[in-house]
Design a protein around this ligand. Structure first.
Ligand SMILES: *Cc1c(COP(=O)(O)O)cnc(C)c1O
Length: 416
């Protein structure tokens, strides 16, 4: 096969087909991002950097994470074999640390003193603060006031890890304003700080840099799956928010025959503000300095988005996913809140693994897919563990799927 997807993208200007690049950014910011691109392409390809990152992954993060055959779940769904790539066993409980440790190692090689990041639900903030603590860097996390109230345990974690949490009081006081605020703060002292984005989004080089640091998931999973079964998976499934856990595992398999599925949240309704299925229902637009499919209003402003999994509710999506949708290599599909919850309860009870609500979307789609792929294998990227979600779920829906079915009608009304 001549064409190697992973080696060919992005192009020199940071584009994946028409998507990506950098747009509508202040000149100074553009200059800074060019400098980071250059530093990344030289430093991160050195043997010293690679060796150090591998050592961190092994001894601090606990990599490689295992691939696990979910036998009881497979029996339950009637034939198809379901396997899980256990990113939930990564230190801090999700895949996000994969790119945060890479970004922080790059920052320390570049002689930076501080990491700056935004966070919505707090997961990226915690991962960035963890990486900063490891390298002895200062850490500044921008977070909307509304999110601070909602996500107090993560705010406490970030503070314990030594981060300075900056409340953002403008606009809707959530993720979008937090990104703007982090950009402004970064521009005050770009020489001594590095901006760490939370997914494969934002201006070039971030979608490339975060993808490359997450690529380890795909490389490991391909080797592990082959060793376990003597073949490659027939199907691969991962959830898509900004798109980092999914692109990480997908890039291990893009040049193979594996059918690949990215799962977006169709939430509670398909009205504006009821879901966050960007690739399925969005149209090309610009957000946070890059071009991608976007859920937007008539004026091109990002539309309000929603998912029961707060890590999935971003109105844009990584530019490489947009490219993979257009060329048909990856199928983008949806799972709604109720299917996600059902999968959450099922995996917990049947396998003894409590998944994050984000990852539950991927599990739910694998269960659906199993009905039509009886004699095939399905590898699911289990991006994170569900400890962060259990208070919210048990207080709203109870402890079992049966309880959830009884209580769901009232909950559905209360959310309108
Ligand atoms: C943040 C998060 C996601 C969504 O982010 P991606 O960049 O799309 O991977 C998915 N799963 C978990 C557990 C998360 O914390």
């Amino acid at each position: 096969m001549e064409y190697k997807h992973y080696r060919n993208l992005p192009d020199q200007t940071g584009h994946y087909g028409p998507y990506g690049g950098f747009y509508n950014l202040p000149k100074e910011l553009e200059e800074q991002f060019k400098e980071i691109t250059h530093a990344y392409l030289t430093i991160s390809k050195s043997h010293k950097f690679i060796t150090e990152l591998r050592s961190i992954r092994k001894h601090f993060q606990g990599r490689p994470t295992p691939v696990y055959f979910a036998e009881r779940l497979s029996n339950m769904v009637g034939g198809a074999r379901i396997y899980l790539k256990r990113e939930d066993l990564n230190h801090t409980g999700a895949h996000k640390l994969n790119h945060c440790m890479g970004e922080a190692l790059l920052a320390s090689y570049m002689g930076k003193k501080k990491l700056i990041a935004e966070t919505g639900a707090g997961q990226h903030g915690v991962a960035t603060a963890t990486a900063a603590a490891y390298f002895g860097l200062e850490c500044e996390i921008h977070m909307g006031e509304i999110d601070i109230e909602k996500q107090m345990p993560n705010v406490i974690r970030m503070k314990l890890l030594g981060a300075n949490v900056i409340p953002v009081k403008t606009g809707l006081r959530t993720l979008k304003e937090a990104v703007d605020s982090a950009f402004v703060s970064y521009l005050k002292d770009p020489k001594n700080s590095l901006y760490c984005i939370g997914s494969v989004v934002g201006p070039h080089p971030y979608p490339m840099l975060v993808r490359d640091f997450q690529h380890v998931v795909g490389v490991e999973a391909r080797e592990q799956f082959f060793e376990m079964t003597g073949e490659l998976p027939d199907n691969l499934v991962a959830c898509v928010g900004g798109g980092s856990n999914s692109i990480g595992i997908f890039t291990g398999f893009l040049d193979d025959d594996t059918e690949i599925y990215g799962v977006e949240p169709s939430g509670k309704s398909l009205n504006i503000g009821g879901h966050s299925a960007t690739l399925t229902y969005g149209t090309p637009g610009i957000i946070h300095g890059f071009k991608c499919y976007l859920l937007q209003d008539e004026k091109g402003e990002p539309a309000p988005v929603y998912s029961i999994a707060s890590g999935l509710d971003y109105p844009g999506v990584g530019p490489e996913h947009c490219y993979l949708k257009d060329n048909g290599r990856v199928h983008y599909v949806t799972v709604n809140d109720e299917e996600c919850l059902e999968a959450f309860y099922t995996l917990s009870k049947v396998e003894g693994i409590i998944p994050a609500l984000e990852s539950s979307h991927a599990v739910a789609y694998a269960i659906k897919l199993a009905e039509t792929k009886k004699y095939q294998s399905i590898l699911v990227n289990l991006s994170g563990r569900g400890d962060k979600d259990i208070d919210f779920i048990t207080s709203n829906f109870g402890y079992t799927a049966e309880e959830m079915h009884k209580r769901y009608p009232e909950y559905a009304k209360s959310r309108k």
